[in-house]
Write a protein that binds this ligand. Structure first.
Ligand SMILES: Nc1ncnc2c1ncn2[C@@H]1O[C@H](COP(=O)(O)OP(=O)(O)OP(=O)(O)O)[C@@H](O)[C@H]1O
Ligand SMILES: [Mg+2]
Length: 410
């Protein structure tokens, strides 16, 4: 088995920054050999709001990962999630040159679909192939080798604010790391937690983090829709802080320890005594009242997810339901509320296909971080000429690489 190169991912979240160094295995799993988890600074709702603080926090995370792996980190895939990200569908048509579609025709069709006028101040982050249409036949998955005259490609183009992307790139570069590519947060999370069957049948992955809730819809194996909603667990913490007069760190600690999203599940008479502001102030918090506050905010987040799925037009095409990741999905009672609000099958997922130094990262909060490593591995694979790829990687892994090739970077 030939030695494969290393892959690096940096998940720049609103609450934590996680840098991982991994070694891809030929079976599609990845061995984690370096981990750097640090509290995030200078980020709000997925966007840089303080360059210096963000850059320093990223540097701390990178250094730690580099030290544990015992090597230098030169470049990495970096997660991107903010409400300035948006997606649109574009189509391109070409004439099939020889009556039978060849690779050049496919490439030309996809290229012409990409040739959209990108609005000023925005840049393309991902170009995702969806379906093809060949003459009158719609939803052609793989047109190669088919007879026809007019080939239409449909692509999903994801764009982001140029300035916000440049700010994040600069912060990462200040840590001495080159951004090889940005990967949209939910697409990284999806790679870490979704099964092929779910993706094929129709599923949404929903990463409920600290500052944002990120969504990606997969149908027929491809990404059909993505969205970033600017609310997350930090809003719950803030609600508790304001309502019960608690410093945010204490509100966060109380939430983690005693929080519940279902008031009926906590005893009506349980009262917590917590230090408040001021020298000797304490507050008494009814745990049930706290659960009511949490429930209201979680319902609101879930209703926004529901609305977004409905708006996408695909909510009826998700037999595999919604797979939740992100730290806030760990809130007790979350799953039951999600099932109720979305009326779909729901499961909580943590990254499974990673091994090695995974004690801390086998947790829903690290789905995006691990997903970046999977993306990086697939990215490496896709650079290998197809003949060699076929020889060394049979079966499921080869299928994954092929699927990945439909997910292009600009
Ligand atoms: N056990 C838990 N119970 C409740 N909430 C939790 C738990 N663990 C983490 N959280 C919450 O999850 C949030 C952090 O999640 P995560 O680490 O996925 O966010 P992030 O990636 O830093 O942020 P984002 O993706 O939004 O930019 C915080 O609001 C935290 O309070
Ligand atoms: Mg996150």
């Amino acid at each position: 088995m030939e030695e494969q190169s290393l892959v690096v991912g940096i998940d720049v979240g609103t609450t934590k920054i996680c840098t991982l160094v991994g070694r891809p295995e030929t079976d599609g799993r990845v061995r984690v050999i370096g981990v750097g988890i640090e509290p995030s600074r200078g980020m709000s709702k997925g966007t840089v709001v303080d360059m210096r603080s963000a850059a320093q926090a990223i540097a701390r995370s990178v250094d730690k990962a580099a030290r544990t792996a015992g090597l230098e980190i030169a470049s990495a895939l970096v997660s991107l999630a903010a409400s300035h990200v948006s997606g649109e569908i574009s189509r391109g048509v070409v004439g099939v040159s020889g009556g039978v579609v060849d690779a050049r025709d496919v490439q030309r069709a996809v290229e012409s679909a990409q040739a959209i006028a990108v609005p000023q101040g925005r840049e393309i982050v991902h170009i995702i192939q969806r379906a093809f249409r060949l003459d009158e036949q719609e939803s052609v998955r793989e047109p190669l080798g088919m007879h026809g005259y007019r080939l239409e490609a449909e692509v999903h183009i994801i764009t982001a604010s140029k300035a916000s992307v440049a700010n994040l790139r600069e912060c990462v570069q200040a840590a001495g790391v080159d951004v090889a590519h940005f990967v949209l947060n939910p697409l990284a999370a999806g790679e870490a937690v979704l099964t092929d069957t779910e993706r094929e049948m129709g599923v949404a992955v929903c990463d409920v983090g600290g500052g944002t809730t990120d969504l990606a819809v997969y149908i027929g194996g491809d990404v059909w829709h993505t969205a970033v909603i600017p609310v997350g667990g930090n809003h719950i913490t803030r609600d508790l802080g304001y309502l019960f007069h608690l410093p945010l760190e204490r509100a966060e600690a109380v939430k983690l320890r005693h929080g519940h999203a279902d008031p009926a599940a906590v005893p009506a008479d349980e009262v917590l005594t917590v230090r408040s502001f001021g020298d000797a102030e304490t507050v008494h918090i009814q745990r049930r009242e706290m659960a009511e506050v949490i429930e209201a905010r979680v319902r609101e987040i879930l209703q926004m997810v529901h609305h977004e799925l409905h708006r996408s037009g695909y909510s009826g095409l998700l037999p595999a339901g919604v797979v939740f990741t992100g730290g806030s999905s760990l809130l007790k009672g979350f799953q039951a509320l999600a099932r109720e609000e979305l009326n779909l099958p729901v499961r909580l997922a943590k990254p499974e296909r990673a091994f090695g130094m995974v004690d801390r990262i086998q947790n829903p909060a690290f789905a995006t971080s691990v997903g970046l490593l999977h993306w990086a591995s697939l990215f490496e694979q896709s650079a290998i000429p197809p003949e060699e790829r076929r020889r060394s990687h049979e079966g499921e892994w080869a299928g994954k690489v092929k699927r990945f090739l439909r997910l292009l970077f600009p």
